[in-house]
Design a protein around this ligand. Structure first.
Ligand code: NAG
Ligand code: NAG
Ligand code: NAG
Ligand code: NAG
Ligand code: NAG
Ligand code: NAG
Ligand code: NAG
Ligand code: NAG
Ligand code: NAG
Length: 397
């Protein structure tokens, strides 16, 4: 009968389309034919894995949604990957693809976690202008010079970014984020990092950057770390609360400024300022009241240290400076006044303070309040042997 024949073929057609548009296992794509099959679905339900045989180009046609993960992790001839109609993607993972040069997802609005790693010639990606949100974004060793829509997305769960040697401008638009870890990228030209809207975060780590700009930052509940940067100053005007603060090995910084910071209180609360060669005056904590449950460490070429409002340092307080004229008495007084609750150790004239090269990080700690001239071996800190000697030699020449 006509009707049942039509009905059966409609069911059969539907079930074929259904089978092609979902896969409870992983759908493998190894050629354009496979990409056409997946690409003919408006939505593909499941994961899609691109095989090493694929390429040199793959075009996923009109597909708009992939609910699962789109991944490729074995090197191949693939140079161009296009999903020109894709708006939603469960997650994306492209790793170790030495020939991939172009990635196109110009309609993307939402993506889960993104891992783009070891894509050494991927110089162009097109995530369009509509990307609103992504999950954990991990970008490492990619040739891009522009983050594109990833940077303008309003919602990102986290960002890890390093070793993209052409990347100079790293400007994100998020106002809140879980974690950020920016490592070295453009070692030659430097990198300008800004999170101009960012107000709250759990953990922020900025390393090896020429500029770091976070003007709206209010609250970092776990740790803010500034390590190995070459900026001359860092300020967080509005930051009032931080779980822990680490400022280490920033050789050119002369001014760190946290005018609103009142509390350091997190899961491992510490105020750790070490090995910043040019940071001789630490006066950027005018409102700091409290280092709750944790230690405070100041080490380097420190002439002046000022914490005018401090009422509580729950852990140990360590000051270790190369400057012989640094007065340790006010530091010891913090112990006498019961402000510093733990061990207090102040060393001045130390040739190699903790944190600088050639010293052990724990030397001289422990014990009750004590003051000592350096008992360290005769050893010039590296900034003397390099900077000053070079300057002297240049002067003599
Ligand atoms: C990528 O290659 C590196 C070494 O070249 C390897 O350690 C890593 O596991 C690879 N990643 C994946 C996802 O295959
Ligand atoms: C760094 O980026 C900010 C924000 O885009 C910009 O205003 C500033 O001019 C840049 N600075 C340098 C030195 O490139
Ligand atoms: C600090 O936050 C206020 C609003 O809360 C804002 O108006 C101001 O611009 C912020 N400070 C800086 C330096 O951006
Ligand atoms: C900072 O964030 C933590 C954790 O989200 C919260 O407990 C604390 O109240 C916040 N502090 C301020 C000043 O916003
Ligand atoms: C990053 O900074 C650290 C600390 O100054 C330094 O040891 C390291 O060599 C830098 N890395 C790069 C790639 O410049
Ligand atoms: C001290 O800082 C310099 C860069 O300023 C870095 O190369 C060195 O590794 C740092 N030392 C320690 C112990 O962190
Ligand atoms: C340090 O930076 C802050 C904020 O940028 C500024 O107000 C202050 O004057 C600077 N201090 C010095 C000694 O340059
Ligand atoms: C530190 O934070 C904990 C947990 O949020 C809170 O219970 C405690 O009162 C805070 N301590 C101080 C001194 O602010
Ligand atoms: C360091 O402190 C001393 C005494 O507290 C003060 O006279 C001097 O002006 C300060 N120096 C700097 C550079 O802040």
């Amino acid at each position: 009968m006509g009707f049942s024949k039509y009905f059966l073929s409609a069911i059969a057609g539907a079930s074929v389309a259904y089978a092609a548009c979902s896969n409870s296992q992983t759908q493998t794509v190894q050629n354009q034919g496979d990409a056409d099959t997946v690409g003919s679905c408006p939505t593909f339900t499941g994961d899609v894995h691109i095989n090493a045989n694929a390429g040199p180009t793959l075009d996923f046609g009109k597909i708009a949604k992939i609910t699962g993960k789109l991944s490729m992790d074995t090197d191949s001839q693939l140079t161009t990957l296009s999903l020109n109609s894709l708006t939603n993607l469960g997650s994306l993972s492209l790793t170790n693809l030495t020939k991939l040069a172009t990635l196109q997802m110009p309609q993307l609005t939402t993506v889960g976690d993104m891992t783009l790693e070891n894509l050494p010639i991927l110089g162009g990606w097109d995530f369009g202008t509509n990307l609103q949100q992504a999950g954990d974004v991990n970008i490492e060793n990619v040739q891009i010079a522009d983050l594109g829509a990833i940077a303008t997305a309003k919602k990102l769960n986290s960002v890890t970014l390093s070793n993209c040697q052409f990347l100079q401008n790293i400007h994100f638009s998020v106002s809140e984020i879980d974690s950020v870890d920016i490592g070295p990228n453009n070692v030659q030209q430097g990198q300008n990092v800004s999170f101009l809207q960012l107000a709250t975060a759990t953990t922020l780590t900025f390393r090896n950057s020429t500029i770091v700009n976070t003007p709206m930052l209010r609250n970092v509940s776990d740790t803010l770390s500034l390590i190995g940067n070459t900026f001359t100053s860092f300020g967080a005007q509005n930051l009032s609360w931080v779980g822990a603060l680490v400022i280490a090995s920033n050789p050119l910084v002369t001014n760190v400024s946290f005018p609103s910071l009142t509390n350091i209180n997190g899961t491992h609360p510490t105020l750790d300022i070490q090995n910043n060669t040019d940071l001789t005056v630490i006066d950027g904590f005018p409102q700091l009241v409290d280092v709750a449950n944790g230690d405070a460490i100041f080490a380097g070429n420190i002439k002046n240290l000022s914490l005018p409002k401090i009422t509580n340092i729950a852990g140990a307080l360590t000051v270790d400076t190369t400057v012989q004229s640094f007065d340790c008495d006010p530091i010891h007084a913090l112990k006498d006044k019961q402000i510093a609750k733990g061990d207090v150790n102040c060393q001045n004239g130390d040739a190699a303070p903790i944190g600088s090269s050639g010293s052990s990080p724990t030397s001289g700690s422990g014990g009750a309040a004590s003051s000592s001239k350096s008992a360290a071996p005769i050893e010039l800190p590296s900034f003397l042997t390099t900077g000053l000697f070079a300057a002297l030699l240049a002067f003599l020449a």
